[in-house]
Design a protein. Structure first.
Length: 289
């Protein structure tokens, strides 16, 4: 970035006032470089909006401060400005989209193609300010949900029924839940997942087309989307974890681990023996055909 001129500073001040004032004079008052960055404090006078300090420099955003308020001299306004910039930079550096995703999904293992897209909306929401940003979050959330449907659904889940269209997220997730969560024991689980699924899809569509959404609605959309991905990943993990449904027949503890696996000559598992970490009871679980 080249050295700023009187015209640059004057244009900035008049723009900040929404062109309600005219800059009469602007001159560099003092230069600083004690933090390894060259920064200039300008002394600006206007026709009807008082006097201002304007601080700018290499890799430092320009900002203005009223001379008649709290900032009495160049040293004070420079120190204040650099303090704000360092805090803003620190805040941006500390934000990690992966932390957001891990917290919302309780560290569920997420498929790479979904994780990449989740990182995108988790990053976007951190800087979203305009309606177009919020609508973009809605669009990307819908794309994530469609990808989620393709991730958990396989054609044989439909059985003799008609195959859903490639982008029919609701139908694919409905069939997947019926496949993975069979039986009356999972009835409540299926019901709540269906409600959350439909609500998330509908809300992402609403944000996509909304002309009056705010950061808070867009943030809710991101949270719902990330959480729903984590929910379905948990369903998949549950279906591939035959031990999770069992407990110790003696003390009823769920703290159980595999003690031994018996296999046939063909390699097919014949029996699984579990051990309770609480009472050390060893027991065998039945295997479904």
């Amino acid at each position: 970035m080249g050295k700023r001129t009187f015209e640059d500073v004057a244009k900035y001040v008049e723009w900040q006032s929404q062109n309600k004032c005219k800059v009469l004079s602007a001159k560099p008052e003092q230069d600083f470089d004690d933090l390894g960055v060259k920064v200039t404090v300008w002394n600006v006078k206007t026709d009807n909006d008082g006097a201002w300090w304007v601080v700018e420099g290499d890799a430092v955003p320009m900002n203005l401060y009223p001379q008649g308020a709290y900032y009495f001299g160049t040293d004070e306004v420079y120190s204040f400005h650099m303090g704000i910039m360092q805090r803003m930079q620190s805040s941006q550096e500390q934000y990690n989209p992966d932390d957001y995703i891990q917290a919302a999904t309780l560290n569920a293992e997420i498929a790479p193609q979904l994780l990449r897209k989740l990182r995108s909306i988790a990053t976007l929401i951190d800087s979203a300010t305009e309606i177009e940003d919020f609508q973009s979050i809605g669009v990307q959330s819908r794309e994530i949900l469609i990808e989620l449907g393709n991730h958990i659904y396989v054609p044989h889940m439909a059985g003799d029924q008609e195959q859903p269209q490639s982008s029919n997220f609701k139908r694919k997730t409905e069939l997947a839940i019926q496949f993975f969560l069979k039986g009356s024991d999972n009835a409540d689980y299926r019901s709540i997942i269906k409600k959350i699924t439909e609500a998330t899809w509908d809300y992402a569509n609403k944000i996509t087309h909304s002309s009056n959404a705010t950061y808070y609605e867009a943030s809710t959309c991101v949270s719902l989307c990330i959480s729903l991905v984590g929910l379905y990943e948990n369903v998949l993990q549950k279906s591939f974890d035959p031990i999770s449904q069992h407990s110790c027949p003696i003390c009823k503890s769920k703290k159980i681990t595999v003690d031994n696996i018996e296999t046939e000559e063909t390699g097919k598992i014949k029996a699984i023996h579990l051990i309770c970490d609480e009472c050390e009871n060893v027991f065998e679980i039945e295997l479904s055909d």
